[in-house]
Design a protein around this ligand. Structure first.
Ligand SMILES: [Zn+2]
Length: 223
């Protein structure tokens, strides 16, 4: 840790996002809150439209708050801690898969401008560093879509159609790709991204997310 960072931590110490307690810079929560988060903690492997996806948490209340903070309150420092947890699970679940690069689910340009960053992209960049693998942009979101969780099952199916496009087919052909998103619920978003990538004939596409929603994980979905 640099002297500058240490000095910064004295002035602005890292705080537990749930109770405000001062925590060290390596933690995502204080010990008490960590215990509560740990209840949701386990790598969950599920199929999402035929592609394997590993998630590090069930989408419980505290995990939801953690993701919301990353998403909407610029608590980007949590990203690097979450990325460490995810990387551990990725290595455990895909031990034999050497990825050529890591990529992420893109946001529409307008949404990106509004928020200022794409949390899935930042997470993927951190994970790529930890895996010692390059990070590459592979997809672009060309259609602004409605939020998936606000739609009916039928609407979810069609909402994303044609919304993602490949940037460069040559870059994907024959490659092992790991794609990152924050949450997987019905799996439509990641499924659509994998489908679009697959048209360019990659060798393998695997997914990883911070969390998976409870209702989406049934016995049939877990592989
Ligand atoms: Zn706490």
């Amino acid at each position: 840790m640099s002297i500058f960072y240490k000095a910064l931590c004295l002035v602005f110490p890292e705080r537990c996002p749930y109770c405000g307690e001062i925590v060290d810079s390596e933690s995502i929560a204080c010990a008490d809150c960590q215990k509560k988060i740990d209840k949701y903690r386990q790598p969950i492997i599920r199929g999402t439209h035929g592609y394997r996806c590993v998630s590090s948490f069930f989408y419980g209340n505290r995990v939801r708050r953690m993701i919301l903070r990353i998403k909407y309150r610029d608590r980007i420092q949590f990203l690097s801690q979450v990325a460490k947890i995810m990387t551990k699970d990725i290595k455990a679940v895909y031990p034999d898969d050497e990825f050529d690069y890591v990529t992420s689910v893109p946001m529409h340009k307008k949404d990106f401008e509004h928020r200022g960053y794409n949390q899935a992209q930042l997470l993927a960049i951190e994970i790529a560093k930890l895996l010692n693998t390059p990070y590459e942009e592979t997809l672009v979101k060309v259609k602004r879509t409605k939020k998936q969780h606000k739609l009916s099952y039928k609407e979810r199916k069609t909402n994303l159609k044609g919304s993602f496009k490949c940037i460069d087919k040559e870059q994907i052909s024959g490659k092992n790709i790991l794609i990152i998103d924050d949450i997987v619920t019905s799996g439509e978003t990641l499924g659509e991204c994998c489908k679009v990538l697959s048209r360019s004939k990659p060798r393998l596409v695997c997914c990883a997310t911070i969390a998976t929603a409870h209702h989406a994980v049934n016995k049939r979905a877990i592989i």
